[in-house]
Design a binder for this molecule. Structure first.
Ligand code: RIB
Ligand code: CA
Length: 310
C-alpha cells in the first residue's frame, strides 16, 4: 500500500520534537521533507534542532531552511517554555546531516509538484514559510492534499489573552494562509489543551526504554507542573503532537467546517483567530476546525506508535 506523504514545517521546540518523533514512528507515513522557521527560539536553533530531529527520528528526511523572522515586525520567541536551545537544555545525538540549499518554500512546492494532491503539509510553527510558498507558487495551495495547522484558539490565547503563539508570531502569514484555497485543517488550543499525556502515561513511555521514547517523556515531563499550575491539567499538554496525530489518525478527533480568519490589526487582538465555529453568525466555510479529541485513545496511540523505536 502506498504510504501517506507528509511535509513538516516546524519551529522545534519541545512539542515539535515530540511530533516529529511520532511521524518517524508511523510505518504508514513517509516524510518528504522538514523545514524550519523562526518561532519558539531563534532560527539558528530551530534549524539545528530540525536537523538533529530528522536524524534522531530515523527519518533522515532532507531539512530545509526557511524564514528567520516574521513577514512583519520583530521575532516573537518562547524560551520560557522551550529553553534557550529549544529543547529545554536536552541534547540529541550527534549526526552528519546538513541543511539542503533549497529554500523551504521551494522545497515544499517541489514535493507537491512531484506528488500532486498526495502531500499533507503539517505546519507546527508560525506560518511564515507557508505564506511565502503560497505567495510565490500560486498553484501550491490546491496541489497539496491538505494543510494541517497547529494554531489559534477560539477562546483565550496562550501568548497574549487574545492570541495563540503560532498565529501571534506572524499574524500576516497566518491570515494569508487562512485566505488561501488550500484544504485547511486547524488544530487550535481548543483541542490541543485537551490533548495531554498524564504522568503515568509518561512513565509508561519512559519504560519503553528507547532513546526516542525516553527523550519524548523527558522533554514533555519537564512541563507537567507548568501545565498543572497554569491550566489545571493533570499532565503535559501536547500542542504539536495533537496536530500531528490529527494528520496521522484523524478518527481520534472531532472537527467541524467553519469560517476562519486571523486579526492582523487590533491593539489587544492582533494574531487572534476569528471564527464562526461556535457563533450564531455564519459565513461560507473556509476551513475545518478540530475542537475535541478522545484523550485516552490519543495517549494510547502515542504509546503504540513510539514502540516502533528500539
Ligand atoms: O501555541 C503552541 C504552539 O506554539 C506550538 O506549536 C509550540 O511549539 C509553539 O510553536
Ligand atoms: Ca511548534
Amino acid at each position: 500500500m502506498d504510504k501517506n506523504l507528509f511535509f513538516i514545517d516546524c519551529d522545534p521546540g519541545i512539542d515539535d520534537a515530540a511530533a516529529i518523533l511520532l511521524a518517524g514512528a508511523d510505518p504508514d507515513a513517509e516524510v518528504l521533507g522538514i523545514s524550519a522557521v523562526a518561532g519558539n527560539v531563534p532560527f539558528r536553533h530551530t534549524l539545528a534542532n530540525a536537523l538533529s530531529l530528522s536524524a534522531f527520528a530515523e527519518l533522515n528526511a532532507p531539512v530545509y531552511a526557511g524564514a528567520d523572522r516574521p513577514l512583519r515586525g520583530e521575532p516573537l520567541t518562547a524560551e520560557f517554555v522551550h529553553g534557550a536551545n529549544g529543547l529545554r537544555g536536552h541534547t540529541l545525538p550527534e549526526h552528519s546531516l546538513t541543511a539542503d540549499p533549497t529554500p523551504a518554500w521551494d522545497a515544499l512546492y517541489a514535493a507537491a509538484k512531484a506528488h500532486p494532491h498526495k502531500v499533507t503539509l503539517v505546519a507546527l510553527g508560525p506560518l511564515t514559510n507557508v505564506a511565502i510558498a503560497f505567495s510565490k507558487w500560486r498553484d501550491l495551495p490546491t496541489l497539496l492534499k491538505k494543510v494541517v495547522i497547529m494554531g489559534g484558539a477560539t477562546h483565550t490565547g496562550n501568548i497574549t489573552p487574545a492570541a495563540e503563539f503560532n498565529f501571534a508570531a506572524d499574524p500576516e502569514a497566518a491570515e494569508m494562509v487562512l485566505r488561501s484555497s488550500a484544504d485547511l485543517h486547524i488544530c487550535p488550543l481548543d483541542v490541543t489543551e485537551r490533548s495531554y499525556i498524564s504522568k503515568e502515561e509518561l512513565a509508561q513511555l519512559d519504560s519503553q526504554g528507547s532513546p526516542q521514547a525516553r527523550f519524548f517523556a523527558a522533554v514533555m515531563g519537564d512541563s507537567v507542573d507548568h501545565y498543572k499550575d497554569d491550566y489545571g491539567v493533570e499532565g503535559a499538554i501536547l500542542h504539536d503532537p495533537s496536530a500531528m496525530l490529527y494528520a496521522l489518525r484523524p478518527a481520534l478527533f472531532t472537527a467541524k467546517r467553519c469560517w476562519g480568519a486571523v486579526e492582523t490589526e487590533g491593539v489587544y487582538s492582533r494574531g487572534r483567530l476569528v471564527t464562526d465555529a461556535f457563533s450564531d453568525a455564519s459565513e461560507n466555510p473556509t476551513c475545518t476546525l478540530v475542537y475535541d479529541v478522545d484523550r485516552p485513545a490519543f495517549a494510547a496511540a502515542i504509546l503504540e506508535l513510539m514502540q516502533a523505536y528500539q
